[in-house]
Ligand binder design. Structure first.
Ligand SMILES: C[S@@+](CC[C@H](N)C(=O)[O-])C[C@H]1O[C@@H](n2cnc3c(N)ncnc32)[C@H](O)[C@@H]1O
Length: 273
């Protein structure tokens, strides 16, 4: 479930994030270093520990020990792709918005049970939804938390982003454990679990490969859908590759299809008209 066996060590040069870096290295049971120290890289690569996490100034990123693989991976709510989606697309163009049921003035409260780097949740929050992001993988959560912390301290240039993240809260926990808390409730529960690796390789796919190494595939996702169906008030939304099978035993009420992905929407019977 929580895969940390691909992480060689944690690197932190500065005092600012030292406590977080130390906590993560202890949680993962790996060394905390001031420098990557490339002399023993071979040793780590040989035992499949091909990534490290770097805390540098205010940024936390995942890096490959084999630099040719891909550049640093980090959570960035001010990146170009999210900026484009936030500024040029609205509810009608964002399939995810229609999937969770955003319409008119209605903005559902959403729990994103598989937060990852938080992109989907950020888009929902940019459209006005309050979103709780739940992530269980310690490496991914560190990246997400750092993107979230940086966004909260953005200056006037990125004031919109700072306002958007005020509608988000992050939780480090397994999704089903979170849903079992009595006081937790949401209009809509959203899931986007990791799926099987595809063979194509582009720069983006290489980043996905990193995630597949760190996270693996979320084999317990069908169970998570069942728990979500018992807890959500109005809808459960599951993001899937376009041609993938349904994640649940029951068929969704309807699906919204894009070029490569599909949203399966379960409208809960007690609220169907
Ligand atoms: C494909 S990624 C999600 C990407 C995300 N939608 C985004 O926009 O960045 C799936 C994430 O869900 C997390 N995850 C899977 N099952 C989970 C569970 N039961 N509880 C919490 N997190 C889970 C994985 O660790 C992984 O980071």
């Amino acid at each position: 479930m929580e895969r940390s066996d691909h992480i060689a060590f944690v690197v932190c040069k500065h005092d600012r994030l030292k406590n977080k870096a130390r906590a993560l290295s202890e949680y993962l049971g790996v060394d905390l270093r001031e420098e990557p120290n490339r002399t023993d890289v071979g040793k780590y690569l040989n035992c499949g520990r091909d990534y490290y996490i770097e805390f540098k100034d205010a940024l936390v990123c995942l890096k490959s020990l084999d630099h040719k693989k891909h550049g640093p991976i980090f959570s960035d709510f001010s990146c170009k792709s999210l900026e484009y989606r936030r500024l040029s697309r609205g509810v009608k163009q964002e399939a995810i918005a229609r999937a969770v049921g955003v319409s008119g003035n209605y903005r559902p409260d959403v729990i994103d049970l598989t937060a990852g780097m938080g992109d989907d949740a950020f888009i929902l929050a940019s459209l006005g939804c309050n979103v709780t992001l739940v992530e269980r993988n310690p490496v991914v959560f560190s990246l997400l938390e750092n993107g979230f912390d940086r966004a909260q301290s953005y200056d006037a240039l990125n004031i919109d982003i700072r306002e958007i993240v005020k509608r988000m809260r992050i939780v480090f926990m397994d999704g089903s454990t979170f849903l079992n808390i009595d006081s937790v409730s949401a209009d809509v529960i959203y899931l986007d679990p990791m799926y099987q690796k595809r063979r194509k390789s582009s720069a983006v796919r290489k980043e996905m490969q990193a995630f597949h190494s760190i996270i693996g595939t979320d084999e317990d996702a069908p169970n998570l859908v069942s728990v979500a169906l018992k807890k959500a008030r109005y809808r459960v939304v599951v993001k899937r590759p376009l041609r993938a099978e349904y994640l649940s035993n029951s068929e969704p009420s309807f699906s919204i299809k894009g070029k490569t992905t599909r949203f399966d929407i379960f409208v809960l019977p007690r609220f169907q008209k």
